[in-house]
Design a protein around this ligand. Structure first.
Ligand code: 2HA
Ligand code: ZN
Length: 269
């Protein structure tokens, strides 16, 4: 069977990036079993031939109306699929879906009828929001980063911007490469509409949000950039924990040092 990626270098590059990131998530220990999911808006790579492809699934309901997603196409990790398998065989562990004209349903079009991620409503809700504000962001990543999740088991890190301030102050690069900080969402049932809506709300102020005692959700221009934001934040969490396990509370960069860095790197706040 011919793959949709054949003779489409742009689309193949996007899917290869998803596979590369899926491998990193597994190697980092953030993607046990089927944990985590990735979706990428690939509409810009869709040509007339793709638009003409017949569905390979029945019509499935999203569960909500997404007015900005009409005619959009997404590459999605499959539900119950493993990140470590997505890394090696992206088109067997993920699929391309087409949003139908009612903006409330979709079909799978390629390469295999792999049902998309259980977090599809939150992911699509986020993409719908990103398009509505004219954002250039095309990718969203959800994963289970160990040290950042551990921090959400302490009430002090659930207060607004407390974790952000600690993480930014561990190493200058963290604010430089995650300039909007880390939003926090109190515990909600995985895959629920409430979790999806809370995530969209929090993305008004942040590119990366923590789901208390569950995981992280990040958006950016592409999947590699979305991964990088999580990676720099978790690196800071590791430095914080290393200092704590050496028996002291890390000082963190001072407010003056943070201010100097923000000016030098032209960062907000
Ligand atoms: O897809 O991580 O939150 C598996 C999950 C759901
Ligand atoms: Zn999860």
């Amino acid at each position: 069977m011919k793959s949709i990626l054949e003779n489409r270098p742009g689309l193949a590059h996007e899917v290869n990036q998803v596979a590369e990131v899926a491998g990193y998530l597994w190697q980092k220990g953030w993607a046990e079993r089927n944990g985590g999911n990735i979706t990428v808006n690939i509409t810009e790579y869709v040509d007339d031939e793709i638009r003409a492809l017949a569905p390979i699934s029945e019509v499935k309901q999203i569960g909500a109306v997404m007015p900005h997603l009409k005619g959009c196409y997404f590459f999605c990790k499959g539900t119950n699929k493993r990140m470590r398998d997505l890394a090696r065989w992206p088109m067997e562990n993920g699929s391309v879906i087409r949003i139908l004209d009612d903006c409330a349903s979709y079909v799978i079009i390629a390469d295999n009828p792999v049902a998309p991620t259980s977090e599809l409503p939150s992911h699509l809700g986020v993409h719908n929001y990103l398009i509505s504000i004219g954002s250039p962001y095309k990718a969203s990543v959800h994963t289970h980063p160990i040290e950042l999740i551990a921090m959400t088991h302490s009430p002090k890190f659930l207060e607004k911007d407390v974790a952000t301030k600690v993480l930014w102050s561990m190493i200058p690069e963290t604010k430089a490469f995650c300039p909007r900080g880390l939003g926090i969402i109190p515990y909600k049932l995985p895959s629920s509409v409430e979790l999806g809506n809370a995530t969209i709300k929090e993305l008004e102020d942040y590119d990366v949000v923590m789901w208390e005692k569950h995981g992280i959700f990040s958006v950016d221009v592409d999947v590699m950039a979305a991964f990088d934001q999580i990676d720099v934040l978790n690196k800071s969490a590791l430095i914080y924990i290393a200092a704590k396990s050496m028996g002291f509370e890390p000082d963190g960069m001072s407010d003056e040092q943070m201010k100097e860095m923000s000016v030098a790197f032209n960062l907000p706040k």
